[in-house]
Design a protein around this ligand. Structure first.
Ligand code: GLA
Length: 391
């Protein structure tokens, strides 16, 4: 299925809203959220990740204006924001519109001459759940602004622009994973991305393996200090390790064996942060081989190891996510489970034999309710298509 054929639900509603607010007709662009199957907190270490786009997405209806302004209405917040395209200075305000302003600002600063535009935004990606609602808004904004301005730029550059927008206009020093998969996702496939070269391989999700996402409903914010702190710990690790391992530019360049051999040079906490990253990069490559061989048992074991490493070494899990993973582990037909995304709340991702999905829903929901007192949100999602225009 091409991006133009992608499922663009609510199309007529968003078109109507656009006409009501701005008059005229709109073109509609869509960008999905994502779930990461494995490779967590490795992207900003030049490592490997394996996300898939999901069926939740952001839609943007867009049309030109005859001045140099950008006007955007959010369906979720029932709010309109407006700026002059010539004055989109970096800086985070914490407002939802930072992402839109940021993408427009970075596009302009990189020399892409945008035309004045009106936008209506509507999103089905749960916010603060670790499913990349912000990347979906950024990428949809980039597609919409480029589309109506008659500009075309390569997908990898769009992802980099959106990442830069999040750094400079939202204050989160995120890696490239979320924006990249939102642009490049392919229906029925996960994507193995080399975050250093940005080369990637699409890996078919084997038939019978269902992706199930469990939202703990514990909210997280990537712009929160913890994420940036983890990134800083990795950078300190690189500085220390490169003193005795010349040529090390990122944790990607350090093998698990090298880290063990040089652990005496690192404070214990930095060592554990680095251990998560170097072993996770290794696990991600092994998981890619497992997926290619349709070895879901091995893939699932690597997911559990990833979770343990994120919980104990990287310390980005939380009690609620651990409960969801442990509950899934007890169910027959579950291959693997782990937290997904930045952590500190948000979701787990589970690979479940299709036949076991009904049982999974009942048991995980009951266990979680019993332990936490809250009903989790469970989503069954196929790997979806990346961003494009809805025609
Ligand atoms: C967030 C960031 C990504 C990545 C993950 C953790 O989703 O946006 O770049 O670092 O956390 O793997």
């Amino acid at each position: 299925m091409s991006s133009t054929e992608a499922a663009c639900d609510n199309l007529s509603l968003i078109r109507q809203r656009f006409t009501q607010l701005f008059g005229g007709t709109a073109r509609v662009f869509r960008a999905p959220g994502r779930v990461n199957l494995i490779g967590e907190h490795t992207d900003y270490n030049d490592g490997f990740v394996m996300p898939a786009a999901i069926s939740f997405s952001t839609l943007i209806a867009a049309g030109l204006r005859d001045d140099n302004r950008l006007c955007v209405y959010s369906e979720k917040f029932s709010e309109t924001e407006e700026w002059d395209l010539a004055s989109l200075a970096p800086g985070a305000s914490g407002h939802w519109s930072d992402y839109v302003r940021g993408v427009a600002g970075v596009l302009q600063s990189r020399g892409h001459k945008l035309r004045g535009s009106n936008l209506v935004i509507q999103s089905s990606v749960p916010v603060g759940s670790g499913l990349s609602s912000s990347a979906a808004i950024e990428v949809a904004t980039a597609f919409a602004l480029l589309g109506v301005s008659g500009l075309q730029i390569p997908g990898a550059e769009i992802a980099l622009i959106c990442q830069q927008a999040e750094h400079e206009y939202a204050g989160a020093r995120v890696g490239i994973m979320d924006q990249f998969i939102s642009v490049h996702g392919r229906k029925g496939h996960a994507l193995l991305l080399d975050c250093r070269s940005l080369s990637f391989e699409l890996l078919a999700v084997p038939p019978g393996a269902q992706i199930v996402i469990c939202d703990s409903r514990v909210k997280h914010a990537v712009s929160g200090g913890e994420y940036n702190q983890r990134r800083a710990a990795c950078e300190i690790g690189v500085v220390e390790l490169s003193k005795s391992l010349p040529g090390v530019k990122a944790l990607r360049d350090v093998t698990p064996e090298q880290l063990e051999a040089h652990k005496a040079h690192l404070p214990d906490l930095t060592y554990r942060r680095c251990r998560h990253v170097v072993t996770e990069i290794d696990r991600t490559l092994r998981a890619a081989d497992a997926l290619k061989a349709a070895d879901l048992q091995l893939f699932g074991r690597l997911m559990y190891e990833s979770h343990r490493s994120l919980r104990d070494d990287y310390e980005v899990s939380c009690r609620e996510l651990d409960i969801l993973v442990e509950s899934a582990r007890q169910i027959e037909g579950v291959y693997g489970a782990r937290m997904t995304g930045a952590g500190f709340g948000g979701c787990t991702v589970n690979i479940v034999n299709q036949a076991a999905v009904p049982d999974f829903r009942i048991k995980v929901a009951a266990d979680y309710k019993r332990a936490v007192g809250v009903d989790p949100n469970l989503y069954v999602s196929d790997a979806a298509q990346g961003a494009g225009e809805c025609i």
